[in-house]
Write a protein that binds this ligand. Structure first.
Ligand SMILES: [Fe+2]
Length: 298
């Protein structure tokens, strides 16, 4: 029997009473899945799991993706994306160092965007007794429900373009500006043309319906949305900014402070997330992410 304790007003719950290194019965898994879809973000503390066990657990939710960044996959486990600031002995990044400085949902730029992601904390950065590198989440269902009726009407039927190329170009520009200011330097290869072409831009409804819960949510984000279909550029930018700012109001958010051994799952259909880069080497951060494929957004 698991226990579910809500931690945020609209989003986030801790699940206790489950050991994810052990096989879970269908009944316990169903309880976990229900808690997950009800709360949009759930986490389990003090888990000791191998990469294979993480793969096995998250695969029960659906097909696992293999990330387009091949160089950031965990050797021997192509379903695991390494998210880390660590470097190998040649000074190369061992994983994605810069995943998520903008609010986004994972793989929203794919034709079948992700259903959920799971992140397992292997090592977390600690400075003067304080853990750094929190992840912030916001509920896009709560944000949708709080919209004025006129805005709900305006958004109904509108589509937005989710673009991996737009995201990587924007991210590279921000990295360059930060490095030029004497800030953090990120060693990261810009994707090849072949990698970019493997994820062509997609159009998706701004208001989508969750494939499991049926709740409506805002499926638009500052990282991946390059434009709103059919609007002149200035109007498109203004509306995108307005919705994105509404979506991240503090009352819709939950900020997770990590502990080593946390396994945390978030719903990519009903939540956005953002990394907080307030740490740097020699403080070490090592996380393993698995990502479950979803269905076409409708
Ligand atoms: Fe992410």
């Amino acid at each position: 029997m698991i226990t579910v304790t809500r931690v945020g007003k609209h989003i986030g719950a801790e699940i206790s009473g489950a050991d994810l290194s052990q096989p879970l019965s269908d009944d316990v898994f169903a309880q976990i899945a229900k808690a997950f879809f009800d709360n949009e973000v759930v986490f389990f503390r003090n888990q000791k799991i191998t990469p294979a066990q993480q793969v096995e657990f998250t695969r029960r939710f659906g097909i696992l993706e293999q990330h387009v960044r091949k160089e950031s996959r965990l050797p021997g486990h192509p379903e695991i994306l390494v998210v880390s600031n660590l470097l190998d002995d040649k000074g190369n990044a061992i994983g994605a160092q810069d995943a998520g400085r903008f609010w986004h949902s994972d793989l929203s730029y794919k034709k079948e965007p992700s259903l959920l992601s799971a992140l397992y904390a292997v090592e977390v950065p600690v400075k003067d007794g304080q853990v750094l590198g929190d992840t912030s989440f916001t509920s896009t269902t709560a944000a949708y429900e709080a919209l004025p009726e006129a805005m709900k009407q305006r958004l109904q039927g509108l589509k937005n373009v989710h673009s991996y190329r737009y995201y990587r170009t924007k991210n590279a520009q921000v990295q360059k500006e930060e490095a030029a200011r004497g800030g953090r330097v990120v060693q990261e290869h810009f994707p090849t043309e072949e990698q970019l072409k493997s994820v062509p831009d997609v159009e998706a409804p701004i208001v989508r319906t969750h494939p499991v819960t049926g709740r409506k949510s805002l499926f638009i984000n500052e990282a991946h949305t390059s434009a709103i279909v059919g609007l002149p550029p200035a109007e498109s930018e203004a509306l995108k900014k307005e919705i994105c700012e509404h979506t991240i109001k503090p009352e819709f958010q939950y900020r997770h402070r990590w502990q080593a051994g946390d396994l945390l799952l978030w719903d990519n259909c009903s939540a956005l997330h953002k990394a907080n880069f307030d740490y740097d080497l020699p403080l070490r951060r090592l996380m393993y992410r698995t990502t479950v494929r979803g269905s076409v957004a409708v």
